[in-house]
Design a protein around this ligand. Sequence first.
Ligand code: MN
Length: 200
Amino acid sequence: MKFELAPLPYAYDALEPHIDARTMEIHHSKHHAAYTNNLNVALENSPLAGKSIEEVMVQGFETPAIRNNGGGFYNHNLFWDIMTPGGATAPEGDLAAAINEAFGSFENFKDAFAKAATTRFGSGWAWLCVHKGGKVEVCSTANQDNPLMPGTCGGFPVLGIDVWEHAYYLHYQNRRPDYINAFFNVINWTKVSERYNANR
Ligand code: MN
């Protein structure tokens, strides 16, 4: 069984003006598609073929083609899922309480998340993770690594932002901080809360 590129849960232009349609189209139909195809190639004749993407990423971590493309496949599925047009501006419920406990306020969380995303040198991701027991943490990883992989901050990723240049360069050029600020307008806090509640 091969991994498949799922359609976006909204139109390419749905996140305008915060993320432009051309960027979304190339990002999904070219970049995410390539990670998916290359992961399937890397898994041909591999004992990991047929396992879940989580098992593939962790157990195949030592093989660069599986680590990079498995992470790329998983991370972009997460990324599309935790964005939406017209979502809430802040989380509610238990996730909101966990964020307040860890950071003092939602604004402080945004500052910490934006700092992690801004200061990730080169290509990578910034994350909000939940650890068993419900405590949340901000961290970042390089390339297509993610917190489920060995040697990272650990925990389960409930929110992530892609800070590879392909995620923002067409519209924002070198202004990564502007892209990060805009991202806060398209977060699907309902989905982020679901990920938090299911993995704490
Ligand atoms: Mn990307």
